[in-house]
Design a protein around this ligand. Structure first.
Ligand SMILES: Cc1ncc(COP(=O)(O)O)c(C=O)c1O
Length: 396
């Protein structure tokens, strides 16, 4: 399979906000021969990856790993904890929040969907207001997308937790970290999250194919009485993997080899604080480039800027997808398309996962050249602003 249009040489730039670039080390680890998933050698892999993922989620609780995409991990969170007709509070932060809501509706849950403008995260005051009004405690769960991949807006989970506590509401807190885990600071236990949902193809630097839930004791207790039908997604059998190393059905063996290697890189070599710092720094450099071009970042609140990706608005009357097309044809770089309501209005620059200063510089140069070729009104000097920021920090 080719990942380059005809005529391109050198490496393709995969700068969509996931799937992200997979390090060669991880690719090599996945090329190891597949082993018996019921044998002793595999049990060690199973135990190690669950232990490593607990460190990534920053939890002492249960972690389950499915052979699935992130959507499967969404479904697992809902079906393990809720019953038909249960009320769930969700927020329209963007395309993925809307998709999670659609799934919850299909599963027979009763959704209170708070509308939003796709430029802001979840407002903690609104969470408090909604839950305070729910005196009978009909709301069983609050679901939040931590980092909205369609908009580049990151909701403030600790403040949302505080809002729930402030009104003393017992709802479960479920958080989608599919494009934030291992990129943006996230603490399952400390922030009092009940179910965290994640996937392999973004900050974890793996191909798509693994879905994760981190589960609190409160969520495990809720699973005992939850009545939505579940079988494949049932936590009960999966919850044993951390102790036995075995899975209730055939795991994605070679993706787990890759996960072992990625965890070595993230936890033992770079370390999570450095991973978060790297992402925040590249995100800031990217925003400086966008401002330098005289363009606008979609995220409207500086407290909610995403460390994983930046969505860039193109001026009215111009098509963001045309810019992406030109950049792909001319420079062999893939950028994220505008999703849902943002179709044609934004392009998204992914700066997460296996990434460094020079990759960022190449990415921003590709965007600057693309803006020029596409005839988008902009100023020169975006790349220069990013370089100045990257250099200024290094001199500290
Ligand atoms: C925030 C978020 N949630 C959910 C999903 C859905 O995950 P998947 O496409 O792996 O099923 C994505 C995918 O990009 C995402 O970014």
């Amino acid at each position: 399979m080719r990942n380059q249009p005809a005529g391109h040489t050198g490496r393709h730039f995969l700068q969509i906000p996931g799937p992200t670039n997979v390090p060669d080390r991880v690719l090599h680890a996945m090329a190891f021969p597949t082993i018996d998933h019921r044998g002793p050698e595999f049990a060690e892999v199973g135990k190690q990856v669950v232990a490593g993922m607990k460190r990534v989620f920053q939890t002492e609780g249960t972690v389950v790993i499915y052979p699935s995409s992130g959507t499967g991990a969404w479904e697992a969170a809902l079906v393990n904890t809720l019953s038909p007709g249960d009320r769930v509070l969700m927020f329209e932060t963007g395309h993925f929040a809307a998709l999670w809501r659609q799934m919850a509706t299909r599963l027979g849950l009763d959704i209170d969907f708070v509308s939003g403008d796709w430029r802001h995260g979840v407002d903690p005051a609104q969470v408090a207001e909604k839950l305070a009004a729910d005196r009978e405690h009909r709301v069983k769960a609050v679901c939040v997308v931590h980092n909205e991949t369609s908009t580049g807006v990151t909701s403030r989970i600790p403040e949302i937790r505080a809002a729930i506590d402030e009104v003393g509401h017992p709802a479960l807190l479920m958080v989608d970290t599919i494009s934030s885990l291992a990129s943006i600071d996230y603490r399952h236990d400390e922030w009092g999250v009940d179910v965290t949902v994640a996937g392999s193809q973004k900050g974890l630097m793996l191909p798509p194919g693994l879905g994760f839930n981190a589960v609190s004791a409160k969520a495990l207790a809720a699973a005992k009485s939850a009545k939505l039908p579940r079988s494949y997604w049932d936590w009960q059998a999966m919850g044993e993997t951390g102790h036995t190393g075995f899975f209730p059905y055939t795991p994605a063996t070679n993706l787990l080899f890759g996960l072992q290697e990625a965890l070595r890189m993230l936890l033992d070599e770079e370390g999570l604080p450095a991973v978060f710092h790297r992402h925040a720094r590249h995100a800031e450099a990217t925003r400086r480039a966008v401002n330098g071009w005289g363009l606008e970042v979609l995220c409207a609140d500086a407290r909610e800027y995403s460390g994983s990706l930046t969505a860039v608005l193109v001026p009215d009357g111009y098509d963001a997808d045309r810019v992406r097309e030109i950049i792909l044809d001319a420079f062999d770089m893939s950028l994220g398309t505008g999703l849902g309501k943002m179709k044609g209005k934004v392009f998204r620059i992914g700066h997460l996962g296996h990434f460094n200063d020079l990759m960022l510089c190449g990415t921003l140069c590709g965007v600057e050249m693309g803006l020029h070729r596409a005839g988008i009104p902009h100023r020169a000097g975006g790349v220069a602003a990013a370089l100045e920021y990257l250099g200024a920090l290094d001199a500290e």
